[in-house]
Design a protein around this ligand. Structure first.
Ligand code: PBG
Length: 332
């Protein structure tokens, strides 16, 4: 018996292994390439910190001081990292997250520091959400019954957007999953003359257990969960609806979050929309790899690059990852 795929003696005529034989040929035919410019580094800055404060559930990640934040930003930029996403941890939190809209609040101060350190050499981004600033830990302001008040929260986001843009953020990342947040922020920015400030919308953000270590990172006091505003992990079509709404409301880029358990969502969105798609490899994804590697169960460096490659392969044009600086160094 012979067919098109069998050669003499029934051995294969077509041998896919020929293109896997040497590093050179594998490199030639690689379908996915990682580049430092694809990576966005999330950074935490803690008001009043005199020394960087380690985050125990994220080994290797710290809450920066203003000074070490500048150094970390400089290092990332010198390695060609595509963007920096800043998160601020204030020394005092309250019910409406006042520190988030204070022009001298820690996030705004840090944005000014980073802008003066690296200028336009990378894209400076800021998390636009109230949870780091509220004493109840929710992403918005609460009604008397304890539920999150969508429209009152939008007004707070509009104020935050303006102070962040004025502090030097090039791109804002609304991450609170309130309905209408992108349009509301876009209109507020435009009305204040910030028509050039762009929006990276956390469009498809799931209510995920993978954010666990982040709660330590931002000293969150959240009781309960975010199921009434973040998406149900069971849903996929809903992500498309969220993404299309955000694009209609003026989002310049959209994001899927977390990344690895949601690569099907990344692929669908990348196939269906024509704006850049980012994916956020979140704290729990980082922590799992670090913990397994620390136990000697997996090869850390290999797995880090494999995770990043798989997120790119799924269709993400940018990846937020706590390994951005390290991965950029490896890529050089
Ligand atoms: C909200 C926000 C969160 C993360 C990024 N922005 C927390 C949440 O939605 O509960 C999580 C990031 C991570 O886990 O690495 N400001």
């Amino acid at each position: 018996m012979t067919d098109a795929s069998s050669g003499s003696g029934g051995f294969p005529l077509v041998r896919p292994r020929r293109l896997r034989r040497t590093p050179a040929v594998r490199r030639l035919v690689a379908e996915t390439r990682l580049h430092p410019a694809d990576l966005i580094l999330p950074l935490f800055v803690r008001e009043g910190a005199a020394e960087p404060i380690p985050i125990s559930s994220m080994p290797g990640v710290v809450q920066h001081t203003r000074d070490t934040l500048r150094k970390a930003a400089h290092e990332a930029v010198s390695l060609g990292v595509g963007g920096l996403m800043l998160f601020g941890i204030p020394s005092a939190k309250d019910a409406c997250g006042t520190a988030g809209t204070d022009p001298d609040g820690i996030l705004q101060v840090a944005l000014r520091d980073v802008a003066s350190e690296v200028g336009d050499a990378t894209v400076i981004m800021s998390d636009l959400c109230l949870d780091e600033f509220t004493d109840h830990g929710h992403c918005g302001v609460l009604r008397e019954d304890g539920t999150v008040d969508n429209d009152a929260t939008l007004a707070r986001y509009a104020e935050m957007a303006i102070v962040q843009a004025e502090a030097g953020a090039h791109m804002l990342g609304p991450s609170g999953m309130m309905d209408g947040q992108v349009g509301h922020v876009r209109r507020a920015l435009d009305a204040a003359g910030h028509t050039d400030t762009s929006i990276l919308a956390y469009s498809a953000k799931y209510a995920s257990g993978f954010y666990g270590p982040f709660r330590e990172a931002v000293e969150s006091t959240l009781q309960g969960d975010r199921m009434t505003y973040q998406q149900d992990p069971a849903n996929a079509d809903e992500s498309l609806r969220e993404v299309l709404l955000d694009i209609a409301e003026g989002a310049d880029m959209v994001m899927v979050k977390p990344a690895m358990s949601y690569l099907d969502i990344v692929r669908r969105i990348a196939d269906e929309v024509h704006v850049p798609v980012a994916a956020y490899q979140v704290s729990g994804e980082y922590a799992m790899v670090e913990a397994a590697a620390a136990n000697g169960w997996i090869d850390r460096d290999r797995v880090i690059m494999e995770t990043l490659t798989s997120i790119r392969r799924a269709g993400a044009s940018s990846i937020l990852t706590y390994w951005a600086t390290e991965a950029a160094r490896k890529l050089h």
